[in-house]
Design a protein around this ligand. Structure first.
Ligand SMILES: [Zn+2]
Length: 268
């Protein structure tokens, strides 16, 4: 894993945003209480990771934000009630997904999702319908999202797009890192099951010329959460399981000190 590899990852800040810290971080965790963290609007970013493989071409991990979605959220099933919890009007786009996709040197070959929350599929209006889509096992079939409005928006954003392929992780679904998928079959990019934030949450690890890069997805949103091993708060479906997945990724990073870590919504 520590041997340099040929995959390049370009992490693009698609948008700046601010959301309640209590969603991003479990403020009831002993570490958070000890640090006396209080709820407030926390600045975060929404990323699209451009993955370049020398033979297989260009892929995205997550999609950034499409300007089309912000211009007309209702068209994509994002209703006012949901916007109250997820203040889309506070999203400031830096690079709309269309801008990212159009500037690629080759056509996009696929999207690897860390999970299907709105802010990770919010670039889908700009992703061509022929592009293959990949998600963790159980992510597409288990609708555990807390309210129906979120499900409607997820369905609307994926409507008319390619079918979702699920990673067939071999291990038990509730055992973090028990299944590892060698995505291209050449040991350059791996998908790990990190259940908890959502049932099919997936982390990706690439071997790049500068060493391994880990994309945690929302198993950890924030820099503070990573440093202090505190799982996300109200945005997470299963906090204790999310915590186990986070600790497994932390242990992986400790075993590989050269590992670069890129978190769900903040720079590490
Ligand atoms: Zn999420």
């Amino acid at each position: 894993m520590d041997t340099p590899g040929p995959v390049e990852i370009d992490t693009v800040v698609s948008a700046d945003w601010a959301v309640p810290l209590s969603g991003l971080l479990n403020l009831d965790a002993p570490e958070a209480k000890q640090a006396q963290l209080k709820d407030h609007d926390e600045p975060i970013q929404i990323y699209a990771h451009v993955v370049h493989h020398p033979r297989h071409g260009i892929f995205l991990v997550d999609t950034g934000v499409s300007q089309q979605l912000l211009a007309d959220p209702g068209r994509f099933g994002v209703h006012w009630l949901m916007r109250k919890f997820m203040p889309l009007d506070q999203i400031q786009i830096r690079h709309s997904t269309v801008e990212i996709v159009e500037h690629l040197a080759e056509p996009l070959r696929g999207v690897f999702f860390t999970h299907l929350h709105i802010d990770h599929i919010s670039g889908m209006p700009d992703v061509p319908a022929t592009v293959p889509l990949y998600v963790g096992k159980g992510e597409a079939t288990t609708r555990s999202f807390s309210n129906a409005f979120v499900n409607n928006a997820t369905n609307a954003l994926l409507d008319g797009k390619a079918a979702l392929h699920e990673w067939e992780f071999a291990g038990p679904a509730d055992q973090p890192l028990s299944g590892v998928i060698d995505v291209f079959g050449d040991g350059t990019l791996y998908a790990f099951n990190v259940p908890g934030h959502t049932p099919g949450s997936t982390a990706y690890l690439a071997r790049t010329p500068k060493g391994p890069i880990l994309l945690t997805g929302d198993t950890c949103h924030t820099a503070w959460g990573w440093t202090h091993s505190v799982e996300p708060g109200s945005y997470t479906a299963d906090g204790p399981l999310n915590r186990r997945s986070l600790l497994a990724l932390r242990a992986l990073a400790e075993r590989h000190p050269g590992l670069q870590v890129r978190l769900g919504h903040q720079a590490s």
